[in-house]
Write a new protein. Structure first.
Length: 217
């Protein structure tokens, strides 16, 4: 298919995905709008680009996967972003959620442990003219102390327990989304900080790749 035809085919399948997310409980219009503005097919390997607008996880190489759009949409909706936030993302992966966040908040800080993935994301963000993201290569399991506090923290890989450093790096009123558990079974936790207390709720069962590193597996 010629480039223009392919672009409009992607636009149509993107619209269908957004309708599907809307029908599956994603009511936050700013989140749906973000999905409309970020071309997911540019964040996956060429071999799976034709599946970019299905609600499925896809392989990124290096044993990693891009999460299902429905998962990213739910996490973004749960964070109740208003546009002025500074957020931390742990596990940049494909950079798709990074780009969604960049369109939804003021500043994004994102850490990825696999250098090759981080380099690809850097190039994708530059190509799309996204300039409110700071990327770091390394272990994000201890957060990013120098850039804290964060209004929201998104962890895209499953940890054995909630790292204390992440609780502490939340701003007052901030929200942390983190999958907890082993590869065989996890639950997604939403933690909200209010002063020196952290309220914890299980959102749903989850399936993420393991968080490695000091506070990981
Ligand atoms: N939201 C991303 C998730 C990718 S999978 C996406 O949908 O594309 C999770 C990512 O977390 C992988 O890229 C993996 O390399 C990374 N990761 C695992 N442990 C990490 C750690 N300790 N610090 C930073 N990144 C980590």
């Amino acid at each position: 298919m010629a480039a223009a035809g392919l672009r409009s085919a992607y636009r149509r399948s993107r619209r269908r995905l957004i309708e599907r997310l809307g029908g599956a409980g994603i009511e936050d219009l700013t989140v749906l709008h973000a999905f409309d503005s970020v071309p997911r097919h540019l964040f996956v390997p060429e071999a799976v680009q034709h599946r970019a607008y299905e609600d499925v996880a896809l392989p990124l190489g290096h044993g990693q996967t891009i999460s299902r759009p429905g998962v990213h949409a739910l996490h973004l909706q749960l964070a109740r972003l208003t546009g002025s936030e500074r957020v931390l993302e742990i596990g940049t992966g494909s950079g798709f959620q990074t780009a969604l966040l960049a369109s939804l908040v003021r500043e994004v800080y994102s850490i990825e442990v696999v250098p090759e993935l981080a380099t690809l994301v850097h190039d994708r963000l530059v190509a799309l003219g996204i300039d409110n993201v700071e990327l770091r290569i390394g272990d994000g399991s201890l957060g990013w102390e120098e850039r804290a506090p964060f209004d929201a923290i998104f962890v895209g890989a499953a940890a054995p327990a909630v790292p204390d450093s992440l609780r502490k790096q939340l701003a007052d009123g901030g929200r942390l989304l983190i999958p907890i558990g082993a590869e065989t079974g996890q639950r997604l936790l939403l933690i909200e900080r209010s002063g020196e207390s952290w309220q914890e709720n299980t959102v749903e069962s989850a399936r993420f790749v393991p968080l490695v590193g000091e506070e990981g597996w």
